[in-house]
Design a protein. Structure first.
Length: 184
């Protein structure tokens, strides 16, 4: 029994051991030698094996600037103003945001903080009609990805018991990934 036990134990141990090294430790096989090149192809040598191929990377986000333009609506009583969002970049365009009461006031960082504008806003304005005590706040923000802009709007009403919240008025698609900032 002792004579049988030792050889079986040795066979089991040898079978359990991995005799081949892992793939990362294996020696690389060399490619067979290539035949000599023709004289016609000798001038166009292939890139060396140790040179990494250059990958074309996707371009980064295109910088765009946003600004607002206002135009009074002719003959409107009470006073109304059309608002436009100007997008300047590789391609420039102007989007009509609609007609608003009164003369809109472009907000800066201090006014936006006092008025409770959403975080991350890029440009915005407040329109107000003093006769009725109503108006609107409009803010332009980046969308969920770099290829959209989100236009958010809320009503202003002095007689309301609680302030209204910003809601998405619409989303604009941009031609590609863009990094939006306010025009100076």
């Amino acid at each position: 029994m002792k004579r049988l036990f030792l050889p079986v134990l040795a066979a089991a141990l040898l079978a359990g051991c991995n005799q081949t090294p892992p793939a990362s430790e294996q020696a690389t096989t060399t490619a067979p030698e290539q035949p000599a090149q023709d004289t016609a192809t000798a001038g166009t040598a292939a890139p060396a094996a140790d040179e990494a191929p250059q990958l074309k990377t996707a371009p980064g986000p295109e910088p765009i600037t946003l600004s607002l333009r206002f135009k009074p609506v002719a003959g409107a009583q009470p006073l109304r103003t059309e608002a436009f969002l100007k997008i300047a970049g590789k391609e420039s365009k102007e989007i009509n945001l609609g007609s608003f009461a009164g003369k809109p006031d472009v907000v800066d960082a201090a006014k936006a903080e006092r008025a409770g504008y959403p975080k991350g806003w890029i440009v915005g304005f407040r329109s107000y009609e003093p006769g009725s005590g109503t108006g609107a706040d409009v803010a332009v923000l980046p969308g969920d990805d770099l290829s959209h802009l989100r236009i958010m709007q809320r009503r202003i009403d002095e007689s309301a018991t609680e302030p209204f919240t910003f809601q998405i008025a619409r989303e604009l698609s941009l031609p590609g990934p863009s990094k939006a900032s306010a025009a100076k």
